[in-house]
Design a protein around this ligand. Structure first.
Ligand code: SPQ
Length: 436
């Protein structure tokens, strides 16, 4: 590691205040490019996230012969439709992005092209069988290491049959991959989850003209539906906003307004947790109920208390658990996070990584098989923290620096650009506003 890959962050305990519009939602940005490429005709996307993961998704669909022009956060797609894609000349590289790889496996299975999907070191260790297993049951031709459990994987698109599948883990990526395959399968495809995960794919299928049924935790669609290009507006990413929501909640005198942030009910677990911990959360405006709900919300500091986070709420805040763990160090009493074993197979083992890094800051935290137990409030001290190349760990470390006595050094902070390219600019804007 070179010296330039370590960032020293020191703030002398500031108050943070102001109004921000966080970048576009990562999950929705990926799906907008994917559906715009599957559909025939022109699609316009506004508010696209210029993060590394979503840029990989654009590159991949260009390799498949789709015309995609990006001008900042505006993207124009012109596609011949999934059945007219070309066989790519190169391997399709998903980088660090689990969403790109897993959803792509479902999409390619029902296409007419043969291709190889690869990823970086972290992604090549993440389990793919959860997706390739049901896809193979639908008739997909997928081969690769560990009987299809690890990238690189070779997919030969072809005829598929519908499936009635009960998922062993609540996962939007597994559900979406099966639904994408189901779109080009013969007959009905039905997916059942143990708890409802983010439903962006389902909402966007409807926007592109597909008929899809959602009843409780079961989603079904008939194969053979053709999608037509349309216009997509991507709201701000609540998972990115969560870092500053936590900061506003735990720093005395702080208050931040989040403009045009996504408020999809399957993603707002962080808001429920903040309210239960005692933070002040105000929903100031709410729009767009039928497609993707979004609005303006304000989060302000208040006395915080520890809570238990478990069960059905977990899929609605899965990516927020690293920052929630930091927040819990500032709550009075014990916070218990359970039923979150999925954290162990993200960009890194987030249970082990969060526990190790917060311990270095002096937090009272212990890991369990499926979560963490944190006792607070604890004053935190500066330390040298690893990001593990995981954007959410990198941002957790930077937000921790707002409350530590002494500086925090973050190893490999550039990974933050995976989901939040202007994170440090927005952070310093929020601090400056108080000095003005
Ligand atoms: O795309 P990737 O790398 O899997 O990203 C993460 C993240 O922290 O940004 C997880 F590591 O988000 C996933 C999320 O955890 C994005 C996602 C989606 O867009 O469908 C769904 C969740 O994963 P899963 O496995 O629960 O379906």
């Amino acid at each position: 590691m070179t010296v330039s890959e370590v960032k020293t962050v020191q703030f002398n305990k500031p108050v943070i205040k102001g109004s921000i519009k966080v970048p576009g939602d990562k999950s929705i940005s990926h799906r907008a490019i994917m559906l715009g490429s599957i559909a025939t005709g022109k699609t316009s996307v506004k508010g696209f996230l210029e993060g590394e993961d979503c840029l990989r998704t654009i590159d991949i669909f260009k390799q498949l012969g789709v015309s995609i022009e990006r001008n900042g956060t505006d993207v124009l797609i012109d596609s011949p439709g999934i059945h007219n894609w070309k066989t790519p000349d190169v391997e399709l590289y998903a980088g660090n992005s689990g969403t790109t790889a897993r959803l792509l496996l479902g999409i390619l299975s029902g296409s007419r092209v043969k291709s190889v999907v690869t990823g970086d070191d972290s992604l090549s260790k993440r389990p793919m069988k959860r997706v390739t297993g049901p896809l193979q049951l639908m008739g997909a031709s997928i081969s690769g290491a560990g009987e299809g459990d690890f990238l690189p994987l070779t997919i030969k698109g072809g005829a598929l049959k519908g499936i009635d599948y009960e998922m062993p883990v609540a996962s939007a990526q597994v559900k979406s991959a099966i639904l994408f395959a189901g779109l080009n399968a013969d007959g009905l495809t039905s997916v059942k989850e143990s708890a409802v995960s983010r439903d962006h794919t389902e909402r966007m299928f409807k926007l592109f003209g597909a008929t899809i049924q959602q009843e409780g935790n079961v989603v079904s669609l008939h194969g053979g539906q053709n999608l037509k290009g349309t216009n997509v507006v991507v709201p701000g990413d609540i998972s990115s906003a969560a870092f500053f929501m936590a900061a506003a909640a735990m720093i005395k005198g702080s208050s931040i307004e989040f403009v045009d942030v996504g408020l999809n009910p399957t993603r707002i677990g962080i808001i429920k947790v903040l309210e239960r911990m005692g933070a002040t959360v105000e929903i100031l405006e709410k729009y767009g109920e039928n497609e993707e709900p979004y609005g303006t919300i304000r989060v302000s500091n208040s006395h915080l208390r520890g809570i238990v986070i478990e069960g059905d709420i977990i899929p609605t805040l899965i990516d927020e658990l690293p920052i929630i763990a930091l927040l819990a160090t500032q709550c009075e009493g014990v916070t218990v996070i359970k039923d979150a074993e999925e954290l162990r197979v993200k960009e890194t083992d987030r249970i082990a990584a969060v526990t190790d890094e917060l311990t270095k800051l002096g937090a009272q935290i212990e890991s369990t098989e499926d979560g963490m137990i944190i006792t607070g409030p604890t004053p935190l001290k500066g330390a040298n923290l690893k990001s593990y190349g995981d954007h959410r760990l990198g941002m957790m470390a930077a937000i921790a620096a707002l409350i530590t006595e002494g500086s925090v050094q973050i190893e490999n902070p550039s990974c933050i650009a995976i989901s939040y390219p202007n994170f440090f600019e927005q952070l310093s804007d929020l601090i400056k506003k108080d000095e003005d």
